[in-house]
Design a protein around this ligand. Structure first.
Ligand SMILES: Nc1ncnc2c1ncn2[C@@H]1O[C@H](COP(=O)(O)OP(=O)(O)O)[C@@H](O)[C@H]1O
Ligand SMILES: O=P(O)(O)OC[C@H]1O[C@H](OP(=O)(O)OP(=O)(O)O)[C@H](O)[C@@H]1O
Length: 685
């Protein structure tokens, strides 16, 4: 027999406990499902209000000593006791409703199998007016009661709040609905199923507790007990699959709820999102203000929307965000992330809109800026569709899976870091958004302005440079588009209180020679060691961005001086030493070298390289094994504009497995990514 629930009705004097209890007694008293505890109070029987058992102090003390109370307390100069015989009702599966005290919830939690605290609330000015109107207490007593404070409820307590700020009838209806909702209890079962991030709750079609089919559809349900809860979509199981009084949870969500099998959990419908009107306005093409976005994003993070409605919103937002909305969205997204604080006047950061193979600027930029002495706690992503993300390349030299404490320690020791962002600025919002935007190929550049800058703000950055590569195959297709986006980044950045410089850069071809983690790290080391084989385009791009960051240092002042400073730090080897310090602080590893198996792709005829398709080349690098095989990738031997002879090397594929190398060579034979114009193009040049 599932034990009944003890409803402990609490709230400040005047909130309306007695009034709503009277209303509930009228509504539920005859059902037999609910018992109303008659309290023992050292208050005269004719004092008005509830029909309590009036006793004097000596009798109360004797009853207490005899164990007559399930719980007792003192307040307002009175002693209160809830009779222990309530436990019999609970054991028989009846629910018990008792007028209680906020101060003893923690004690009670340990004494009953299922406790639900029902907190009656009303605005303070209403409390005062009602107590005066009740006429039961003097003005002094009323003041004392209104001044009474009690400790916060324990985490493990299930607390349901009922606002009694309208008419007594409305308050009673809300109260009864809250009681009824809490009695919809099912026995928790763990299903031998995995559904990943998707939270799935399975109800037996022949449920003895609810009409299961009522819960099918796009909405979600909340399952809660002992102060814990999860939100899930509903599926139905044929009769006989699950016990009729149970609910089944898939593995991950069962673990997330963190309650043992057999726990009675309360099933309630997930509240309808209050922001639905705003969400629909956006889907219809309207514009939302910051308060709207805060409500919509809040409901999305709370899982109150079915994925279909979130997708509709994201598509609409992806298609139409004016500048004010981008700023509003950035502010709201930043408010959902925990902001890391640094004790630094300048915390530098850098971001690239990406999409250009190679271009491993960060791993040279961070050491230069750190060598100069500015804090630069850089977090980077792993490859999603490319052959290497910065984190993948850095991981050929050092640990990158740093937590927030590691990042602080590394920056304290080396002024900078290059960490993997996967464990850091984790945000539920990103999980929810990415799960929808990625498969749909959404994430317009305007939407990403809010996403990127909110992350920088959360990371505690104060000054951010942004690399906006543009080109036919980049995310940003033209200089005009990049310039407009740069202005938006700088405007939204200023709106967030950040110093932002967004720089359009040439994204028509790969930067550097290496494509793949180890090959890109090789480029980085060559630039830092001023190796004659260092790719000049990568070196130049790094110095440009390093100069912009260092120019923010008031001790440096002009951009020219900053550029010279960056060149000196690079040329003197100071940046190289800074990288060593960063690697040591993050945790050095045996450097991973380019794969020893190679295949050279040559020019099919003489001519001039007029184009290198970054996607195609990165695709070959991935077939060779990158980024999981960090040694795999491409080493470019010819650049756009280079004349090449027939049979001359265009690039070398590296791999560590012959099968990968063979597959990459075959793909390159189909399309190498290189366009070689006729030699006469050179003369026409
Ligand atoms: N929703 C309401 N609207 C108007 N008056 C109310 C409402 N709820 C309670 N009251 C009145 O306020 C006073 C305090 O209510 P009561 O139920 O005694 O509160 P409590 O038991 O929490 O101290 C009573 O006079 C009651 O009639
Ligand atoms: O610890 P607190 O949550 O502040 O509650 C203090 C006391 O106030 C209420 O008593 P009573 O119903 O006699 O007073 P009230 O009707 O004025 O609320 C409640 O039942 C507690 O006994």
């Amino acid at each position: 027999m599932t034990p009944g629930v003890l409803f402990f009705v609490v709230g400040p004097s005047g909130s309306g406990k007695d009034t709503l209890l009277d209303g509930a007694r009228a509504a539920l008293g005859g059902t037999g499902r609910f018992a109303f505890a008659r309290r023992v109070i050292t208050r005269p029987a004719d004092a008005g209000g509830e029909a309590h058992e009036a006793v004097d102090a000596a009798t109360f003390a004797r009853m207490k000593a005899d164990g007559a109370f399930l719980i007792d307390w003192e307040a307002h100069g009175l002693a209160y006791g809830v009779p222990a015989r309530c436990l019999d009702d609970l054991a028989r599966g009846r629910h018990v409703i008792a007028n209680g005290s906020r101060a003893v919830v923690a004690d009670l939690l340990a004494r009953v199998p299922d406790l639900v605290v029902v907190e009656i609330t009303a605005p303070p000015e209403l409390l005062a007016r009602r107590l005066a109107g009740r006429g039961r207490e003097t003005a002094d007593v009323i003041r004392a009661r209104l001044a009474r404070t009690t400790p916060p409820f324990p985490e493990a307590a299930t607390v349901v709040r009922v606002a009694n700020d309208s008419t007594p009838q409305a308050g009673t209806e809300r109260f009864v609905a809250a009681l009824e909702a809490q009695t919809v209890r099912l026995t928790l079962t763990r299903l031998p199923l995995a559904a990943g991030q998707r939270a799935l709750a399975v109800l037996p079609r022949d449920s003895s507790v609810v009409r299961a089919e009522d819960y099918l559809g796009p909405g979600r349900i909340d399952l809660a007990a002992r102060g814990r809860s999860i939100r899930a979509e509903v599926a139905l199981a044929d009769p006989g699959t699950l016990a009729p009084d149970s609910v089944g949870l898939t593995g991950e969500v069962f673990e997330r709820l963190g309650l043992p099998e057999g726990t009675p959990v309360v099933l309630t419908r997930t509240p309808t999102p209050a922001s639905r009107a705003a969400l629909r306005a956006k889907i219809r093409g309207g514009t939302l203000d910051e308060a709207d976005y805060a409500r919509v994003v809040g409901d999305i993070v709370e899982g109150r929307y079915p994925d279909s409605e979130v997708a509709g919103f994201l598509v609409a937002a992806d298609r139409g965000l004016d500048d004010d909305e981008v700023l509003a969205l950035a502010r709201v997204r930043a408010s959902f992330a925990l902001r890391i604080r640094w004790d630094e006047p300048i915390v530098a950061d850098k971001h690239s809109m990406g999409g250009i193979p190679g271009s491993r600027v960060t791993m040279v930029l961070v050491p230069i800026v750190a060598a100069h002495g500015l804090a630069i706690p850089k977090t980077s992503s792993r490859a999603i569709t490319s052959a290497a993300g910065t984190a993948d390349a850095m991981e050929t030299l050092a640990r990158v899976d740093l937590d927030a404490d590691d990042v602080r320690r590394v920056v304290a020791q080396a002024r900078g870091c290059v960490a993997w962002n996967g464990r850091l600025n984790h945000s539920t919002l990103d999980d929810v958004m990415n799960a929808i935007t990625r498969p749909l190929g959404l994430e317009s550049t305007r939407w990403s302005v809010a996403s990127i800058l909110s992350k920088k703000l959360a990371a505690g950055a104060t000054h951010v440079v942004l690399d906006l590569p543009y080109g036919p195959r980049a995310r940003i297709k033209s200089l005009a588009e990049a310039t407009t986006l740069a202005q938006l980044f700088e405007r939204v950045g200023a709106g967030l209180g950040l110093s932002v410089e967004a720089v359009p850069t040439d994204g028509t071809a790969p930067i550097g020679r290496g494509i793949g983690p180890a090959l890109e790290a090789r480029d980085v080391i060559r630039v830092l060691e001023n190796d004659t084989a260092a790719p000049a385009d990568l070196r130049e791009k790094v110095l440009h961005f390093a100069g912009r960051i260092i120019a923010w240092d008031p001790a440096v002042g002009s951009r020219e001086a900053a550029r010279r400073r960056a060149e000196d730090l690079l040329g003197s080897g100071a940046a190289r030493e800074a990288l060593d310090r960063i690697v040591a602080a993050q945790g050095a590893r045996e450097p991973i070298r380019p794969g020893r198996l190679t295949h050279t792709v040559v020019a099919p005829h003489a001519g001039v390289v007029t184009d290198i398709d970054g996607f195609a080349v990165a695709g070959i690098a991935r077939v060779a094994g990158a980024p999981l095989d960090k040694s795999a990738g491409i080493d470019l031997r010819a650049r756009v504009g280079d004349p090449v002879g027939k049979g001359e090397a265009l690039f070398v594929i590296h791999a560590s497995a012959a099968t990968d190398l063979e597959a990459a060579a075959q793909l390159a034979a189909t399309f190498s990514g290189f366009t070689i114009g006729e030699a006469k193009a050179a003369s026409a040049g």
